[in-house]
Design a protein around this ligand. Sequence first.
Ligand SMILES: Cc1cc2nc3c(=O)[nH]c(=O)nc-3n(C[C@H](O)[C@H](O)[C@H](O)COP(=O)(O)OP(=O)(O)OC[C@H]3O[C@@H](n4cnc5c(N)ncnc54)[C@H](O)[C@@H]3O)c2cc1C
Length: 526
Amino acid sequence: MRVNIIGAGLAGLSAALTLAKDGVECNLFSVQQSERAQSVMAEGGINAVLDTMNEDDKIEYHIKDTMDGGANLADPNAVDGLCRNAPDIVRELEQLGVPFSKNEKGIVQRSFGGQKKKRTAFVKSSTGKMMMTAMIDAVRQYEAQGLVYRYPHHRLEDLIVRDNECCGAVLSDFFTGDVYEFYGSVIMATGGMNGLFEEMTTGSMLNTSDAAAIALERGVELANLEFIQYHPTTIAIQGKRLLISEAARGEGGRLYVKRRGYKWYFMEEKYPELKNLMPRDVVSAEMVKVTSRAECDDQVFLDMTEIPPMIWDTRLSDLREQCVNYLNIDPVSQPVPVSPGIHYFMGGIRVDEEHRTSLSNCYAAGECACQYHGANRLGGNSLLGAIYGGRIAAQSVLKYADRDALYRRNALEDVPAQNVSPNLSKRITEILASSLQIIRHEVTLNNSIHEIKMLLTDDINSAERRRLHLAQAVLLSAKSRRESRGAHKRTDYPEKDDVNFHKQTVARMNGDEVEITFLDIPERRE
Ligand SMILES: Cc1cc2nc3c(=O)[nH]c(=O)nc-3n(C[C@H](O)[C@H](O)[C@H](O)COP(=O)(O)OP(=O)(O)OC[C@H]3O[C@@H](n4cnc5c(N)ncnc54)[C@H](O)[C@@H]3O)c2cc1C
């Protein structure tokens, strides 16, 4: 057998490594080389209870912080596995050569949002780049052994589905235009749905969202699409948003707004325990609230001037460089103007604890999958989820797929790859942006739903239809969740409603219509 992994960021590499270690072949497809996957952009770190900071940290606390941060919407059994495996994952990364920042006691850990202990291991402010370098190297050994076949510059065009089973994937080669069917199990590792929000995200625009749209069209269920994380400290730069990592607040950065001319450290006043490090959904919503008050200015600042020079040199050097290069602001001496920007998609392809999707023989891992983060992700849990999820997805393929299945690749004649036109892509962003802000309301959601419906009646190609259906699924999910929870806050339903909505939102195609239902969260096993 040969497994088809779509996506070569951390989740895809982790899946490839797991399969190869078991002697199983895989194809590793991606729109660009791994070196350009979004995973390299991660700055702040990866969470694991190593307890190197004398804080008596425990795995149970990591589980609790993750569940609480996600407003209890994650699968508790999956979160259990994630947190219990985290220490080994970090140690394995270290063995692969990730140069985690250390002191005499071992790996140093920093504070990150929504966590009551210092639990985030890091490599200065280039954690993702260093983890990817090590993982790319590790996978390369198996490329040399003929176990991993790389296909960079290949784009997913379709999934092959027969009798409700995924039999493979269709991919096009950017350079030749050739289109091939690749038969075998599929692991989706295609990252977040950034393409739905052009110029509004901190993430990579190589992640167009079309993989999720293809999955939806082919009968795969998506879940929790309404939970879109706005990171509190971002800045608009040309074509995207620059992230000021949460590490900056973890190391002492403070948020303030001018109130009647004086600095008001609003997070510290309202949340004396976690202060500026409350979960991202809370901080972003507070920023919206304070800047809309009459007595306050409309700009929040991140003040990092109290961070000691040694910390800048040893832990935040890349971040300082970014501020100087992109903003012409030296954060060592000047506060930085920040506002919330889209950063992460908690929702995506619905998977169970074993990373199986609703379509047999199709698995998903990493940011494209909906699993560990519930209604809001904690910083540092995504790198962890990508590595752990990729591994579990691969283990499930090894468990369930037929190892003796013959591998086959088939060239398709005269199948032109379809693209979403730039104008339509932009228009979809405008429509989504008008109603999927941090604070939402049914009236604006209904307007957006109507506008997407109108676009579906235009003369559009199949890629455009899929993208519109995905946008519709996000909006309908947001409309159907009539409560406020985590990253989904509504003025018309301002309270959390555990009686009706302690559930996953599930989106699927029913004929040509998007259908939304709700699914209970599994009970935690003893
Ligand atoms: C600026 C920034 C900082 C971050 N910092 C942190 C942090 O400190 N800690 C943390 O835990 N998380 C952080 N995150 C989040 C984290 O980086 C990502 O969630 C994680 O790396 C996702 O990994 P992935 O493997 O799922 O996806 P990605 O790394 O995004 O990889 C996706 C892969 O899929 C491929 N692909 C996409 N679409 C297609 C298609 N249609 N056909 C074929 N291939 C396709 C891409 O080419 C790529 O290879 C940060 C994110 C950003 C943007």
